[in-house]
Design a protein around this ligand. Structure first.
Ligand SMILES: Cc1ncc(COP(=O)(O)O)c(C=O)c1O
Length: 403
């Protein structure tokens, strides 16, 4: 083995131990066949997927599928290059205009993934002499974006507005050159940023604000525009980033802004310039999904009904959940747990329920989690099947049912 690979040996040993525990590799599950928006075949068995981000269940929407097929036939499977070098397909520009209109913003840039949207914006928008003041629980793409850029990076404690204010105060005059970065719904615990308070603070210190609405787009707000819409502070959020890979059911990312000059950044941002633009089929299905999302009151109601049903059932069983009702429900396992979390995860899978296993250091607060993501496409019967499977976990943990 080359010496370069030796550093991965300890990680590989940990992975092998996990596999030995449950007979499964929780981080390399093979989805043998996709049956529907909520079901797949894993290990030859049909399972209910409660570990995807298919919040509105649009991955099999007939209009989105038809739009994607039409685009492949008419424009081919890929663009084979970046927009700067190869030119922009009209549909990419149309999607940017549609996103701008949807968010009531003058500017929008589409990136090839949500990860790249954050890389692009965080590495380019704040430059030398500027400061990024980010919530410590922000997604890896935000962390990675800050590493690519030249701004000073400071973290504040998760959702702790007193800590945010203290740090802005310390920055003095530099606070006006500061970009505060938070998320709408946080992907690990499913909790929301206290956005009204954050907006009040950023206004008082003259800072700018970016909200990553990856998990809240389509999920929060009357029109699905996310937490900023829900909290009625859209006019105070300077930049929004997001992804097409969750409620929109495809792949891609974006940044929109109420500041028209966002457009000036387009050709300076390397994750936009030096990568191929999204394939025509992805753009076409995203455009269709955006139409559905913007009129998706019924889908949002279904999603929240499902989230409430699961949250209530798990609470009654005595589980410690990461947040109030949310489409992301983190079942926190006690730090003192004797049972290996991987075995509990494997048991759920053997009962036909796929959830995400989250282990430290990825788990905020250090407690391992079984993370569930709901979809509008789940039926109440599927939610009840998930609850049934969790009964065995609660028995193993000897939880006290709550009445
Ligand atoms: C908060 C957040 N931002 C960005 C991303 C990246 O999105 P994408 O999957 O489109 O790269 C994710 C993905 O999980 C996310 O959770």
């Amino acid at each position: 083995m080359t010496i370069l690979l030796e550093k991965f040996r300890p990680l590989e040993e940990k992975r092998a131990a996990l596999v030995a525990c449950s007979g499964e590799d929780p981080f390399h599950v093979i989805v043998e066949r996709v049956v529907s928006a909520t079901e797949s075949v894993v290990n030859g068995r049909q399972v209910i997927m409660v570990g995807t981000n298919n919040y509105l269940g649009l991955t099999f929407d007939p209009d989105c599928v038809a739009a994607a097929c039409k685009a492949i036939r008419e424009e081919g499977t890929g663009t084979t290059g970046s927009r700067m070098a190869n030119g922009s397909y009209a549909a990419h520009v149309a999607l940017e205009n549609e996103l701008a209109a949807f968010f009531n913003c003058p500017a929008a840039i589409v990136f090839s993934t949500g990860y790249m949207a954050n890389l692009g914006v965080l590495s380019t928008l704040p430059g030398p002499g500027d400061v990024i003041l980010m919530d410590a629980d922000c997604h890896a793409s935000i962390y990675d974006g800050t590493r690519l850029g030249a701004a000073q990076v400071i973290r504040f404690r998760h959702n702790n507005t007193a800590d945010l204010e203290k740090r802005l105060q310390r920055l003095g005059e530099q606070s006006s050159r500061t970009l505060v970065v938070v998320e709408g719904i946080y992907s690990m615990l499913g909790d929301c940023a206290p956005l009204r308070e954050i907006v009040d603070i950023k206004r008082r210190y003259g800072a700018s604000l970016l909200v990553d609405e990856a998990h809240s787009l389509g999920v929060l707000g009357e029109h699905g525009r996310g937490l900023a819409e829900e909290a009625e502070v859209e006019g105070e959020v300077d930049f929004i980033t997001g992804t097409f890979s969750k409620s929109l059911g495809s792949i891609g990312g974006f940044c929109v802004s109420r500041v028209p000059e966002l457009e000036h950044m387009r050709y300076s941002t390397r994750p936009y310039t030096f990568t191929a633009s999204s394939s025509p089929s992805l753009i076409a299905s995203t455009r269709q999904a955006l139409q559905i999302l913007s009129h998706g009151v019924e889908l949002r109601t279904k999603l929240w009904d499902n989230a409430t049903r699961l949250h209530q059932g798990l609470t009654e069983m005595g589980f410690d959940l990461g947040a109030e009702v949310s489409p992301v429900i983190a079942v926190k396992l006690p730090l003192s747990i004797e049972e290996d979390p991987t075995i509990l995860w494997g048991e759920l899978l053997s009962q036909g329920i796929y959830v995400n296993l989250v282990l430290p250091p990825a788990a905020p607060g250090g407690s391992p989690m079984l993370r569930c993501s709901l979809s509008a496409a789940h039926s109440p019967e599927q939610i009840d099947a998930v609850l049934e499977a969790f009964t065995a976990v609660s028995a193993k943990l000897q939880l006290e049912p709550q009445t």
